[in-house]
Design a protein around this ligand. Structure first.
Ligand code: G
Ligand code: G
Ligand code: MN
Ligand code: NA
Length: 254
């Protein structure tokens, strides 16, 4: 069967799940946010990576429905966490580059947040550099609209795309997520991590907070703390896990 039929079926048949990965405030060691990451558990093929099916969903137009499902599911979960006493946790959602130029994106997001009584300040959207560079003026306009009602915007995978410092200054964003390639360098050439140090300073000078992705070792964590990185995420703290497992982490680390 063609993959587009399978995507259609997957949406109807609830084959998608969200996994969750904590984001740690490096000054307090507490969980301050959770990134939602989609998983497709296919009944025959098993696990299919989003790196495989998201680009396909973008091409075939299913991405809108999938992202809507992600947003609703994450908001529903956020509401449950809140009811269980974990109120200050922000939820981060990856937004496909194709979504940023959808005509009704902002009102649609707003509707979903209202449906689950989510305060806008509790939601963060992660976008990639390619998403904004493809259509810079439109992207800037949409990002402004989202931030007007207090949704925070993170620029994901920073340093991997065609980053230009000009974009950084123009984009209405709150957070810079430094790609894990920079973090894995720390182990082998700590003395030479000038770029990473400089990116952290640059972000701060632009009024942005810095999230380091892909922290796997204590050495990486210590380096990032010494150099003023604000937030950390990675296997060192926890892999992305199903919802049952994130709750025990919340108990421990909030
Ligand atoms: O979690 P994992 O490393 O398998 O994710 C692989 C890629 O898929 C990452 O680039 C991640 O940003 C992306 N991804 C995960 N969940 C979503 C989602 O809900 N929407 C979009 N657009 N991308 C996602
Ligand atoms: O592009 P984005 O940053 O959204 O992708 C997140 C991806 O990174 C997810 O697929 C997640 O599984 C993966 N990831 C998260 N933490 C780590 C880590 O510490 N090491 C590695 N190698 N991958 C990670
Ligand atoms: Mn991300
Ligand atoms: Na990333």
């Amino acid at each position: 069967v063609h993959m587009s039929n399978q995507l259609r079926y997957a949406i109807n048949n609830q084959e998608f799940q969200l996994y969750y990965q904590p984001q740690i405030d490096l000054s307090t060691d507490k969980i301050i946010g959770i990134e939602a990451l989609i998983r497709w558990i296919h009944p025959e093929k098993g696990f299919i990576s989003p790196m495989e099916f998201i680009p396909f969903a973008e091409e075939t137009g299913y991405i809108g429905e999938i992202e809507e499902w992600v947003l609703k599911t994450a908001c529903k979960q956020k509401k449950l966490w809140k009811e269980n006493g974990y109120d200050d946790i922000k939820i981060s959602i990856n937004l496909s580059s194709k979504m940023l130029t959808q005509p009704n994106l902002v009102p649609n997001i707003r509707k979903i947040l209202e449906m689950y009584y989510i305060k806008c300040g509790d939601i963060e959207l992660e976008i990639t550099e390619t998403a904004v560079i493809d259509n810079l003026e439109k992207a800037i306009e949409v990002l402004h609209q989202l931030r007007e009602f207090a949704i925070t915007i993170a620029l994901d995978d920073f340093g991997t795309g065609y980053s230009s410092l000009t974009y950084l200054q123009k984009l209405p964003i709150d957070i810079l997520k430094v790609d894990r390639g920079f973090i894995s360098n720390i182990d082998t050439e700590e003395e030479e991590c000038y770029i990473l140090k400089t990116v952290i300073d640059l972000a701060h000078n632009l009024g942005l907070k810095v999230v380091a992705e892909g922290i796997e070792t204590k050495e990486q964590l210590d380096f990032l703390k010494r150099n003023g990185c604000d937030i950390g995420q990675g296997y060192y703290f926890s892999k992305p896990v199903p919802v049952e497992d994130i709750e025990s982490l919340l108990k421990e680390k909030t």
